[in-house]
Write a protein that binds this ligand. Structure first.
Ligand SMILES: *Cc1c(COP(=O)(O)O)cnc(C)c1O
Length: 424
């Protein structure tokens, strides 16, 4: 176990794991950043040791905070494929385009990585009930891992949560409450806060309320490095809501860098939708990498990318640091551009993403237009969530399907009408 201490990102108060810390006791909504003994890890680890390890995210045990593996709660998350996108690359004029397919995680999004770590820590600390605030995916993951651990789960989600995610929540046995979202304040966070002093373990996907889940997202970066045969890619495209994923991805590269496994960083690129971009706005305005410097979005979010609906990016301070220190940048995309990206992923590479999951690709296309990429750079796009989670939006994109009798003439007519196909 290599955790040295946890330190509040706002007041600097330090904790050890024996304190069972989840939130800063000074109640200042700082994030308890976890610091590892890099020197000790480096002595234990080199590139070779991973060869014999299990193919899931727990192969990076030394970089995770769980002190005792008997409390591990796992569904086999991680080690998702890094797919070389040949057809899509050709279409976009890129020679080395890779897709990190996070839709392959147990509940269909990268949030499983974080919730596996978070629920393991809840088990280790001895909690028997947990609560979350989420637009959907984090709650879904928490519900699944809570079920696996035998822990009760209460989930607060907004009224616009996608149908597929509600179905998942219900079937995993979470107690789900949908909340009306009418102002700029996120009602799910408001409700979660009301339960924290009632013995619930808070486990949303952002740092100030739970520091452990970010540790899971770090493993995405470790995997990218290993899957690229220890090369550091040139740019990594990350969709951003609360900026916790971006924080985790950056911290993953820091970990490998500081323990001597790689040398250098990719540019990290943050993508947000036009109807809610408080984080990218802070980057455009060159705000300092401090939580109080970032202003919340002034209205409820308006985008089909409901996984990117955080009106305040809770981990935006660390996320800004990620952009500034890797020479990265932010990109804003429209819903139409996200829809285009969903189609391209599905029709050129066979990958089905929900809107938030395809936003990274929409950001890449924008960045190409803005001439921020050379044709032979090694580019990685994170595809973060599965398309079946949001079937309604897909119905709107693809239109109607013909319904016919098993009759060749009817088939011919429908083929022509719906698909422009001429059949002899
Ligand atoms: C949560 C989520 C994101 C954004 O992650 P943040 O940590 O909130 O920035 C992106 N895509 C999907 C599918 C998500 O569920």
């Amino acid at each position: 176990m290599f955790v040295k201490y946890l330190e509040c990102s706002r007041c600097g108060r330090r904790y050890s794991l024996e304190d069972k810390p989840v939130m800063c006791r000074n109640n200042d909504l700082g994030r308890l950043d976890i610091y590892y003994d890099y020197k000790a890890i480096a002595e234990e680890i080199d590139r070779e040791v991973f060869k014999d390890r299990e193919y899931n995210m727990w192969r990076y045990l030394e970089y995770l905070p769980l002190p005792d593996q008997q409390y591990r709660v796992s569904l086999g998350e991680g080690w998702t494929p890094l797919i070389k996108a040949k057809r899509l690359g050709e279409r976009l004029g890129l020679k080395n385009l890779y897709l990190k397919d996070e839709t392959r995680n147990p509940t269909g999004s990268f949030k499983d990585r974080g919730m596996s770590v978070s629920v393991s820590m809840a088990k280790y600390f001895g909690f028997d009930k947990t609560v979350t605030a989420s637009s959907g995916n984090a709650a879904v993951s928490l519900a699944a891992y809570s079920a696996r651990a035998g822990i009760e789960c209460i989930a607060f989600v907004p009224h616009f949560t996608a149908k597929g995610k509600i179905a998942q929540l219900m079937i995993y046995g979470a107690k789900v409450f949908r909340l009306w979202w009418k102002t700029s304040r996120d009602p799910t966070v408001e409700m979660m806060l009301k339960l924290i002093d009632k013995g619930f373990y808070p486990s949303p996907s952002f740092g100030p309320f739970n520091p452990y889940q970010i540790e899971g997202s770090k493993t995405i970066s470790y995997e990218i490095i290993e899957q690229l045969n220890w090369r550091v890619p040139s740019q990594v495209f990350v969709p951003v809501g609360a900026a916790s994923l971006l924080t985790g991805v950056y911290r993953g590269f820091i970990d490998f860098n500081e323990t001597g496994l790689i040398n250098g960083y990719p540019k990290l690129v943050a993508i947000q939708p036009k109807g809610n971009y408080p984080f990218v706005r802070a980057w455009i305005e060159k705000k300092p990498a401090k939580p109080e410097a970032i202003e919340p979005w002034p209205h409820p979010p308006e985008t089909i990318a409901t996984g990117l609906e955080d009106t305040y990016p809770w981990d935006g301070d660390y996320g800004l640091k990620a952009l500034y220190e890797t020479n990265g940048y932010g990109v804003v995309v429209s819903d139409q551009e996200i829809i285009e990206a969903i189609k391209l992923l599905a029709r050129y590479e066979g990958i089905f993403a929900e809107p938030s999951g395809a936003a990274g690709l929409a950001g890449l296309i924008k960045a190409l237009e803005e001439k921020r990429i050379d044709r032979d750079e090694e580019i990685v796009v994170l595809v973060t969530g599965h398309g079946l989670k949001d079937p309604e939006i897909i119905g709107k994109i693809t239109g109607e399907t013909p319904l016919i009798n098993p009759d060749l003439q009817e088939f011919r007519e429908a083929a022509k009408k719906y698909y422009g196909l001429e059949i002899k």
